[in-house]
Design a binder for this molecule. Structure first.
Ligand SMILES: [Zn+2]
Length: 72
């Protein structure tokens, strides 16, 4: 059995090392890229974490959304 998940990649450097480092008093998440220190506030979303294979990680990168185009 397999499960479909979505993964957040840093749009600045394409790193997969993205995490929520803190929450604001308004319960907005601060999403942070450990690779390039990119930081953004998001509302009404959170992140989970699991281990994926290198093949699955490559599929994630191959199907990522880019400006003007949704993910495949
Ligand atoms: Zn980054």
């Amino acid at each position: 059995m397999s499960n479909f998940v979505s993964v957040i990649l840093c749009s600045n450097c394409h790193s997969r090392y993205v995490e929520i480092t803190e929450w604001t008093n308004e319960k907005k998440a601060i999403i942070y890229c450990r690779t390039c220190n990119n930081r953004e506030e998001i509302t009404n979303f959170t992140l989970g974490r699991c281990k994926v294979s290198n093949i699955e990680l490559q599929k994630i990168r191959d199907t990522k959304a880019v400006p003007g185009k949704a993910e495949k």
